[in-house]
Design a protein around this ligand. Structure first.
Ligand SMILES: C[S@@+](CC[C@H](N)C(=O)[O-])C[C@H]1O[C@@H](n2cnc3c(N)ncnc32)[C@H](O)[C@@H]1O
Length: 612
């Protein structure tokens, strides 16, 4: 017993009492801009207290920035028995006293960088299911003792004012205010009652008679303490030897393999309990290795409803069959119950298709190719006009990633085709026929290292399952130079105090032109990024990288080491946005040879730092 009341005691009256308390709190607090300032102050005080406790020793190394030698000060401090490394940065090369910003500590005008410099790792870009305008709450690494979650959540509360007009903004604010109060109530309920989240959601829905959308918004984002803690405890730091390994296993545990699904812990993930082994491509596939499920699954299980009949066999296209093979090859011992989601299929249908496979599977390793189309690439089947439109990311509308179309008839203006409407190419995941003119037929070049390659011309990486008739395999008979992002091989790098706060350093020599990594983060609409701007200003760091006109990839809340690359006007690394299977991704390559231990820099462009 943890002192909580039994869940059955939570009736509507008890719930309303809690809700009413929240409502009164809210009225008292008068959540307005002053309140947001107070939250920032709280964070400042927290940091100052932490620093005040520290024993201070200062060393003065010097740094070379844009060929100017700058003296910097770094400070190591001890808080309790824990040594902390504070990073100090020079805001301006000036001896004039500076205005204090996020901390009251200052040393000759040098300001400490904020402490929460790390965040959960990502190995692909994410869009949240409650998205369309919302963003992920910042979740620091569990080792970041200084991060004050309460203060942060308070800070993130929407500011409210007395604006009672009926305009959209007023409605939106009122809606969000109600949402906050309900979330706080949910939080309280979990602390007071021994009740499962599922049960609590039920009670809420009943008591507040919510619309489905409204209910989902609140419940998906509710900071249930238990679920929150789970996220950090699920990051298995102890058993991972590198950030990459950690990232990889985190993603595998929390994201399903369905290409366009980017929902952390989606229904597929919660339904799967066994697929948590690291991804490896096995030597061969033997069906005898397969585990037998102990009970039928909920996805129209093959163990139910009698013998599987050949007449139930659906006609699957080459991509789906290749996905099926890739799934089996990756997890030979997994049952069809576990793998069916790879093909968006029922477990019964998956099992049937599986039974048609030869005993040994000869398909290529899944990391190299998500699917293998039987289609031969002979010529480019699209008009120049379409190619030009697709090549210009700036002209795109809608999401910066592929949303498969699915409709009757050809992909034209009459069919309600999303790809047509947003002027994008159809991808292999799309529901249209393989000969759809909006699909890129792939290239037929030798190695795709010139601008003659039609994929390169459209700023796309080659699709190894389509280009060269599906035989365009890295490092083999038809080597391809245009799959850097998909291949993902990059040199080792280290994150440590750099020229401006944290920086990224080469851990091994890097060749000119070598691929150095990809920028991962959260897909954020421009509107959302504007809302996050005060936070970026407060922490004095921005992590948004424009992917298209309306969207950026923002690593403020989730990202990888590349988020630590600082800016100079003569950089040694350059970014190259590229379309990979319909998604805009940002890869980096070296602009010059980089020595081991050298800091890696980007040019953020003319708009990042406003002109003085
Ligand atoms: C993408 S982050 C780079 C990593 C960052 N240094 C950190 O500690 O997390 C971008 C932020 O780094 C800092 N920064 C990078 N280059 C800078 C420069 N040349 N001058 C001043 N600040 C810079 C700014 O605070 C900027 O918002």
């Amino acid at each position: 017993m943890d002192g909580r009341l039994p869940g059955r005691d939570l009736n509507a009256t008890a719930l309303y009492t809690l809700y009413h308390e929240k409502w009164q709190d809210h009225v008292k607090r008068k959540c307005n801009d002053t309140y947001v300032d107070a939250a920032i102050d709280k964070l400042r005080i927290h940091r100052r207290d932490l620093a005040a406790k520290a024993g201070v020793a200062v060393s003065v190394p010097s740094l070379l920035h844009d060929n100017v030698k700058i003296a910097t000060k770094s400070l190591r401090a001890t808080a309790g028995n824990q040594e902390q490394s504070y990073v100090w940065r020079l805001d301006k090369i000036s001896t004039a006293p500076q205005i204090e910003s996020h901390a009251t500590l200052s040393l000759n005008g040098v300001l400490p960088a904020p402490m929460y410099e790390t965040c959960p790792p990502a190995s692909f870009n994410h869009l949240l299911d409650w998205h369309d305008g919302d963003s992920m709450d910042f979740t620091p690494f569990p080792d970041d003792a200084s991060f004050d979650l309460d203060a942060y959540l308070t800070y993130m509360e929407p500011s409210t004012d007395t604006d009672d007009s009926d305009d959209d903004l007023g409605d939106k604010k009122r809606g969000r205010r109600a949402e906050m109060m309900l979330r706080d109530t949910a939080d309280d309920v979990q602390q007071k009652y021994d009740i499962s989240v599922a049960k609590m959601k039920e009670v809420f829905k009943l008591a507040f008679v919510m619309e489905d959308d409204e209910y989902d918004n609140i419940m998906n984002a509710a900071p249930f303490p238990q679920e929150r803690q789970d996220i950090s405890s699920r990051l298995d730091t102890a058993n991972a030897s590198s950030l990459e390994e950690w990232t990889g296993s985190f993603v595998q545990k929390h994201y399903c393999p369905v290409p366009h699904c980017r929902l952390p812990d989606c229904a597929h993930v919660s339904g799967r309990t066994i697929l948590k082994e690291p991804w490896k491509s096995p030597e061969s596939v033997a069906r005898t290795l397969r585990r037998s499920p102990s009970k039928p699954c909920a996805n129209d299980c093959y163990m139910q409803n009698g013998e599987l009949g050949a007449d139930e066999l659906e006609e699957w296209d080459a991509l789906r069959l290749a996905t099926l093979k890739a799934a089996i090859q990756s997890y030979p011992e997994a049952s069809s119950c576990e793998l069916a989601i790879w093909c968006h299929a029922s477990c019964r249908q998956f099992e049937l298709q599986r039974s048609q496979l030869p005993y040994r599977d000869e398909s290529p390793p899944p990391m190299r190719s998500r699917g293998r189309s039987a289609r031969r690439a002979t010529k480019i089947e699209v008009t120049n006009k379409l190619a030009n439109a697709a090549a210009s990311a700036e002209n795109w509308t809608g999401y910066p990633f592929s949303v498969p179309c699915n409709h009757a008839g050809p992909c034209d203006k009459n069919s309600g085709c999303g790809c047509f409407d947003t002027n994008k190419r159809c991808e292999k995941w799309c529901g249209c026929k393989t000969n759809c003119v909006r699909k890129l037929a792939g290239c037929n070049c030798k190695s795709c290292n010139t601008s003659n390659c039609p994929c390169v011309q459209e700023s796309r990486e080659c699709d190894l399952s389509v280009c060269h008739g599906g035989r365009h395999i890295l490092g083999r008979q038809h080597p391809c130079c245009n799959v850097l992002v998909q291949d993902g091989t990059h040199p080792r790098v280290t994150v440590k105090p750099g020229t401006y706060g944290w920086g990224l350093f080469a851990d091994e020599p890097i060749r000119l032109g070598q691929y150095v990594g990809e920028y991962f983060g959260e897909y954020m609409s421009v509107e959302r990024e504007d809302l996050e701007d005060p936070v970026a200003k407060f922490i004095e760091r921005s992590y948004g990288y424009a992917a298209t006109k309306g969207w950026s990839i923002n690593s403020a809340n989730i990202g990888n080491e590349t988020r630590f690359m600082n800016h100079v006007t003569k950089p040694n690394v350059k970014a190259r946005p590229v379309i990979v299977n319909g998604d805009v991704r940002i890869g980096f390559t070296a602009l010059a040879p980089i020595r081991k231990g050298e800091e890696m820099f980007l040019d953020y462009g003319p708009h990042f730092f406003p002109k003085e």
